[in-house]
Design a protein around this ligand. Structure first.
Ligand SMILES: [Zn+2]
Length: 237
């Protein structure tokens, strides 16, 4: 069943975004050849109306933390109707990730904490940590590629809907959440082998779909390198 759903969704996505799909092929094709190669010049006139709503993806559960008070700011920050969306290039890759997850762990779902993030929300987040030791965990507003629709924050839930243990919560701004220190913390007994394996499962699925892991947050993935996104596309609010 999942394959049929994904097939239909891919056709719908392609039909709605045939121009964007061409850009996907051009940009991804170019990037896959060499990370130093320059993607072909194309329009960077992304707009919200180009974005793909991921709400309807089959194995996705939403838990938009900035649209409720369950976040580190303890206030509702994001009421933008496009905040469950991604740029078509990222959406296409995420659909592939959903397909891979359905094959790897039938019944499991991605739990999505954030996708497109309006730049005004990024500014509010940054203001909350500005001047504190946690400032380096939140992107400076002009850098954050959530605001381009190219980043997604997510984890996994099993087939009973139970969150998979990743060792920390989402937006745990500590070194324990940083993938680059995982082995060190596992040796120190602060991250279990199971928690580490769970992160590796998420990472494997996302990387096979073409995403990159941010080294400071186990939940954050980017569909294209930041320098390419910033050079080719626009931040949106
Ligand atoms: Zn993120």
């Amino acid at each position: 069943m999942p394959r049929n759903i994904f097939s239909v969704m891919r056709k719908v996505l392609n039909r709605r975004n045939h121009i964007s799909a061409l850009l996907v092929i051009l940009v991804i094709g170019s990037f896959s050849l060499s990370s130093d190669a320059q993607p072909p010049i194309h329009s960077s006139n992304s707009s919200h109306s180009d974005f793909i709503d991921i709400t309807a993806y089959p194995n996705v559960k939403l838990d938009k933390r900035y649209a409720c008070t369950n976040n580190f700011c303890r206030e509702i920050l994001d009421t933008n109707k496009y905040s469950c969306s991604l740029h078509p290039i990222a959406a296409e890759k995420f659909l592939k990730a959903c397909q891979i997850l359905a094959q790897e762990e039938p019944g499991w779902k991605f739990i999505v904490y954030d996708a497109f993030r309006p730049i005004s929300v990024q500014r509010k987040l940054y203001e909350h940590v500005k001047g504190t030791p946690k400032a380096h965990y939140v992107a400076y507003p002009t850098y954050g590629i959530h605001c381009y629709g190219f980043a997604i924050d997510l984890s996994l839930v099993d087939n009973t809907g139970t969150p998979i243990d990743m060792g920390t919560e989402f937006d745990d701004f500590s070194e324990l959440a940083e993938p680059r220190f995982e082995v060190k913390f596992m040796k120190a007994g602060k991250l279990t082998k199971e928690q580490y394996a769970n992160r590796l499962l998420l990472r494997s699925v996302m990387k096979r779909a073409g995403f990159h892991q941010l080294q400071r947050e186990w939940w954050h993935y980017e569909a294209l390198p930041e320098h390419i996104v910033r050079a080719r596309f626009k931040q949106l609010d």
